[in-house]
Design a protein around this ligand. Structure first.
Ligand code: ATP
Length: 251
């Protein structure tokens, strides 16, 4: 399946836009396609993200997973992020070899900043007739009650929380009491419209972007934590280097 990278086609929902690309090729087949949206800063994207997306795709299952790099995530407003175009390029390179994965630059080029997940999901639903599963790690889910219009978000799509080892407080599965009625530990409940939040145990990886940035800044190896194409890009552009040692190369 082709990627939708072009913001014009995304905005217009035109022939090259998401409508065309996610549309079910079989018109007799009435079942809606299942699309996973995976938002994050991806600074940089790593194997923890990719494996989580792959296991979600296979276990739910999903027809496609769309990675959505955030322009300026509301919860990370104080941290200096790499240029969005660098982060977008790294995600593009990382997913290039997987036909089920694609990248959307909607939060970077189309939506107001900071953009909120609920707006992103609305954006997709207004353009394509699909079932959306919003993927996130346990650390993100722990903050869900701080997300803008999170109840509305849970009405619009199902949230799939992947396990993530190495978090402070352990990998304890904690669902806010108010959301417990919407929560299920079993994917067998996917057909139950009242269940909106699912836990998906995946092959755990403690890797984080913070760890990779720290290693790169210290001049240490980041190999095998992320795809080689992304590692090459980081080196080529001088990303995450100690600012005193070298300036970033242009995009
Ligand atoms: P940082 O270290 O900069 O905070 P990160 O590694 O957490 O970054 P993000 O881009 O912030 O990466 O994460 C996007 C989403 O992917 C979040 O929902 C996060 O919980 C999830 N995620 C990140 N790393 C993992 C991992 N190793 N296993 C499972 N989920 C992960």
């Amino acid at each position: 399946m082709p990627k939708f990278r072009n913001p014009q086609s995304l905005r217009a929902g035109g022939p090259l836009g998401p409508e065309a690309e996610i549309r079910n090729p079989d018109p007799q087949h009435s079942k809606k396609k299942r699309v996973g949206l995976f938002g994050g800063t991806f600074d940089p994207i790593h194997y923890g993200h990719l494996r989580a997306a792959e296991e979600a795709r296979l276990k739910l299952p999903l027809d496609q997973v769309i990675f959505i790099p955030a322009a300026l995530p509301p919860h990370k407003l104080r941290e200096p992020l790499s240029d969005p175009n660098h982060r977008l390029e790294m995600v593009e390179r990382a997913v290039a070899g997987n036909v089920y994965f694609s990248v959307s630059e909607v939060e970077i080029t189309c939506l107001e900043k900071p953009s909120y997940t609920v707006q992103t999901v609305e954006y997709f639903l207004s353009r394509v007739s699909v079932e959306i599963f919003y993927l996130m790690g346990m650390d993100s889910f722990r903050e869900i009650e701080t997300w803008k219009e999170y109840r509305r978000l849970l009405q619009l799509c199902r949230v799939v929380v992947v396990t993530r080892p190495g978090l402070p407080g352990g990998s304890r599965i904690s669902c806010p009491p108010k959301l417990k009625p919407l929560f299920s530990r079993s994917l067998r409940d996917l057909a139950d419209p009242s269940k909106r939040i699912f836990i998906l145990p995946i092959t755990g990886s403690e890797v984080s972007s913070t760890q990779i940035r720290g290693l790169a800044r210290a001049g240490q190896s980041i190999r095998y934590l992320l795809p080689p194409e992304v590692e090459e890009y980081i080196q080529e552009k001088g990303l995450y280097e100690n600012p005193k040692s070298k300036a970033q190369n242009p995009i």
